[in-house]
Ligand binder design. Structure first.
Ligand code: PLP
Length: 285
């Protein structure tokens, strides 16, 4: 079955799914995106992802190409046309197509909208979560507004490539003060050496993950508490447990940071409990 993409109003086979060379996404990374998990053919936390999308667009003065409700319809249609049971749906909006010029184009230029979806390998993801992953750390050299989910991901791309070249699965960004901000495409959590569950507070220096937000509900339901605060790389090296959260991986244990083994080198009990509990709080629809 050939994959289908939605491109500016049309559902097209992948080979025909194209955008213009002067799309501002292509020229300037002038756009934003969202990734939602798909499970049982349903969007997971679609409403929350579309709320964050609206915020990202608002921060950049890009208008919504259609209502959030209509975007939800398109996303579900792409999921259905690609027969995705378990996977992800990707949505990207750019400022549109205009003669290359840094300043915003005229008001009548319409934002471009692309939606794709693909299947993920559930067994592989589960196996990864059972083992846990290794991460390396890299300097956080990103711009100061990574709370906006822009398609400008070059530092994230380079970080992930560095991780792979060093035999790890992912990279964590560490800022100039030695604070761990987030992973290349996920938020970072620790159970510290004294047993406190922490994650970095959400400001302009990290993306406020939807999985992160939903996990707060799961934490309360498990009778746990979490502190939202900055933590250093040294805190991470000494942690009992570590994990990352994102829509495509949910709660993924981290068992090695650089050359340090975390805890006993296996996913810890809090991490495992939260991975299980998460599902009850995610909204399917
Ligand atoms: N931080 C970054 C840099 C990301 O790219 C992502 C997801 O892509 C996240 C955090 C986690 O966000 P979410 O839980 O909404 O997927």
């Amino acid at each position: 079955m050939s994959r289908i993409a939605y491109v500016n109003g049309r559902y097209l086979p992948f080979a025909k799914a194209k955008v213009h060379v002067e799309d501002r996404g292509y020229q300037f990374s002038d756009g934003v995106y969202e990734v939602c998990e798909v499970r049982g053919g349903q969007l997971i936390d679609g409403r929350r992802h579309l709320e964050r999308l609206k915020r990202s667009l608002g921060e950049l003065n890009i208008r919504m190409p259609m209502s959030a409700r209509a975007l939800g319809v398109v996303m579900r249609e792409v999921v259905a046309r690609n027969r995705i049971g378990y996977g992800i749906v990707y949505l990207q909006i750019t400022r549109g197509v205009a003669r290359r010029d840094h300043a915003f184009p005229a008001n009548e230029v319409r934002p471009s909208l692309v939606v794709t979806a693909r299947t993920l390998n559930k067994a592989r993801n589960e196996a990864l979560a059972e083992r846990g992953i290794a991460v390396v750390t890299v300097p956080d050299n990103r711009w100061g507004r990574v709370d906006i989910k822009t398609i400008g991901l070059l530092p994230n791309v380079l970080a992930r490539q560095t991780a792979l070249e060093r035999g790890a699965r992912d990279a964590w960004f560490v800022d100039a003060h030695g604070i761990v901000t987030e992973a290349s495409s996920a938020n970072v959590w620790l159970v510290t050496s004294d047993g406190t569950l922490i994650t970095r507070h959400a400001d302009n220096a990290i993306l406020r993950g939807i999985t992160r937000t939903v996990l707060f509900d799961a934490i309360r339901a498990e009778g746990l508490t979490v502190e939202e605060r900055a933590f250093t790389l040294q805190d991470a090296y000494r942690a009992r447990e570590a994990f990352i959260t994102s829509a495509s991986q949910i709660v993924l244990p981290v068992v090695r940071v650089d050359d340090r083994v975390i805890g006993d080198g296996k996913p810890g009990p809090v991490t495992i409990a939260l991975r299980r509990a998460y599902r009850r709080f995610a909204e399917a629809g």
